[in-house]
Design a protein around this ligand. Sequence first.
Ligand code: FAD
Length: 319
Amino acid sequence: MLRSILIYLSQANWARQLITRWGFSRRAASRFIAGEELDDAIRVIKALNTKNINATLDHLGEHTSNPEKARQATSEIIEILERVDREGVRSNVSIKLTQIGLAVDENLCADNLNRILNTTIELNTFVRIDIEDSQWVDKTLKLFRSMQERYSSENVGIVIQSYLYRSEDDVTNLLESGSRIRLCKGAYDEPEKIAYPKKFDVDASFDRIVEQLVSGSITNHAPTLSEDGKIPPIPAIATHDEKRVIFTKQRIEKSGYPKQAIEFQMLYGIRRDLQESLAAEGYPVRVYVPYGREWYPYFTRRLAERPANLWFFLSNFFR
Ligand SMILES: Cc1cc2nc3c(=O)[nH]c(=O)nc-3n(C[C@H](O)[C@H](O)[C@H](O)COP(=O)(O)OP(=O)(O)OC[C@H]3O[C@@H](n4cnc5c(N)ncnc54)[C@H](O)[C@@H]3O)c2cc1C
């Protein structure tokens, strides 16, 4: 119930206008957001890199509502890829298709994505397409599949949500072309007719997809993380849930699968202890580093994931 309310608020303009005006909201959000400027994010990534942790950089923004803004968001993503290259940091970039125009016009979005992916080829790097709420899933997968005709899986990857009933079938199809897949549970509020309503089932689906990804990676010759930390292996297991992490590690050990052929991913500001212990064990770890002024929906989704975060948010009011 609380989760649904918070997810509703994450999409409501009136709530965004109200909450982003409060200074204490920004203070609370800074736990999950690297800062408002690219310089802030680069600083965070450099600190992560010293701990042997890689990053994926997200310039926050979604549901861009006009072509000009979508083109501008695209140019900014290209500048980020160039800056990451110049800085020589171990990071790739994550994007959302609604940020570059999917909600405006599919052809415009495809043109913008082509511009971004041409840059990934020039710079020998990788962009991950985040997955958004279910109204965008089909369109996102369709555009991703069409891009696979032109771009290598070393330059572009996708995300799958274990809460959707359809995901195991999607993964089977995606693995046929060796797609690099980030597996997460899913951050939105989806109806029971398309998504598992119970955490137990979402977790069970997650473990089944981990099995699929490990086997599918072996069939595709188990590519390993690139030396510069930019191009990920096929399975990217994105969770802070220790049971899922343990399950994945056991599955890898059982198959004799090299650690460098899988990576764990977590969000900035969440379970730093787990991030560091996995890196110390020799597993590739990548932290999702969001930055920018459009932090409101991302931050509210983080509140929705864990009710305790709501008290953390309110406690900032009294500081
Ligand atoms: C790298 C990365 C990329 C992602 N990309 C996408 C995407 O493209 N599309 C999408 O729909 N979702 C995405 N997500 C979000 C994901 O779907 C989940 O909503 C989120 O990761 C919480 O689920 P969990 O797997 O950590 O498990 P949960 O069962 O929710 O949590 C397990 C434990 O993790 C800790 N934890 C989890 N969330 C929080 C939090 N917000 N604050 C503090 N502690 C927390 C708690 O200790 C909790 O007990 C991504 C997540 C990660 C890590």
